[in-house]
Design a protein around this ligand. Structure first.
Ligand code: IPE
Ligand code: IPE
Ligand code: MG
Length: 251
């Protein structure tokens, strides 16, 4: 029986973020080049996007390429970039069919212009879609994002646009790449690694973490459901006591 039957549709995470890891090891295990793993990883992207849309998850953010990934061998970076352009082109009908808006976060100016164009095109064609927001983190690094926030806010203080006293969490949120997204509720990382790798450090402050040994190209709908079921079994206390959560009181 599918795990789908065990999911409470009235308690879905509003924002799922995924560190899609293990493509290289998946390919190596099978005796192929790492590129083959990346190619197969795109199938898991499609499955996951469609499964989230089908369930009714409102926000899905996928870590596709980190600022640190620029340090990989040139050929691997090129392969990843090519895959990205072709996936964007191929996935447009799926996004439209499922009423999904594409969004991106990261230092996009570092991406090859062909990708920037393709991205802009898909983002603009899907901008009025309302069922789900799919955010691709590309050339994304959380420290860089936070550094930029500090610079942007400092400039505003220097130019008397805001005062130091007025800086609060919401001002910081407004200056993040993720300014139009809610905090992450569920963070999934595949491939057995238990680390964050510079992903959404501010936004995961109260996220529930789910780690699985499954390598990204093997990640299925059922694996996604397992992660959501695990999330739904947890009690999110946000600093309060269990009793406060049970009674919904503020005592
Ligand atoms: C994730 O898989 C994809 C990217 C980081 C772009 P990896 O390429 O990191 O695969 P492993 O971790 O080497 O197996
Ligand atoms: C994190 O995976 C980045 C993406 C999934 C895009 P990595 O495989 O690059 O992370 P590390 O280097 O093992 O921490
Ligand atoms: Mg990896």
């Amino acid at each position: 029986m599918s795990n789908l039957n065990h999911i409470a549709l009235n308690n879905l995470p509003n924002h799922i973020a995924i560190i899609m890891d293990g493509n290289g090891r998946w390919a190596k295990k099978k005796g192929f080049l790492r590129a083959f793993g990346h190619e197969n990883g795109t199938k898991s992207v499609r499955t996951t996007v469609e499964a989230c849309a089908k369930l009714g998850v409102k926000n899905l953010t996928l870590y596709a390429f980190s600022t640190e990934n620029w340090n990989r061998p040139k050929l691997e970076v090129e392969t990843l970039m090519k895959l990205l352009v072709s996936s964007l082109r191929n996935e447009l009908p799926t996004l439209q069919k499922n009423n999904i808006r594409l969004n991106s976060i990261g230092n996009l100016s570092l991406l090859p212009s062909s990708i920037q164009k393709e991205l802009e095109d898909v983002i603009s064609k899907t901008k009025n879609n309302t069922h789900m927001t799919l955010t691709l983190a590309l050339s994304y690094g959380s420290r860089e994002e936070l550094l930029n926030v500090v610079k942007k806010i400092s400039d505003k203080v220097k130019n008397n646009i805001i005062s130091t006293d007025a800086i609060d969490e919401s001002i910081i949120n407004q200056h993040l790449y993720t300014h139009d997204l809610p905090d992450v509720d569920l963070l999934i990382r595949t491939s057995g690694e238990h680390r964050i790798s510079n992903f959404l450090l501010w936004q995961i402050a109260y996220a529930e973490f789910y780690f699985t040994e499954v390598l990204w190209p093997d990640f299925t709908e059922e694996n996604l459901y397992e992660a959501i079921i695990s999330y739904q079994k947890r009690e999110r206390r946000f600093g309060k006591t269990s009793e406060q959560i049970d009674t919904k009181s503020t005592k």
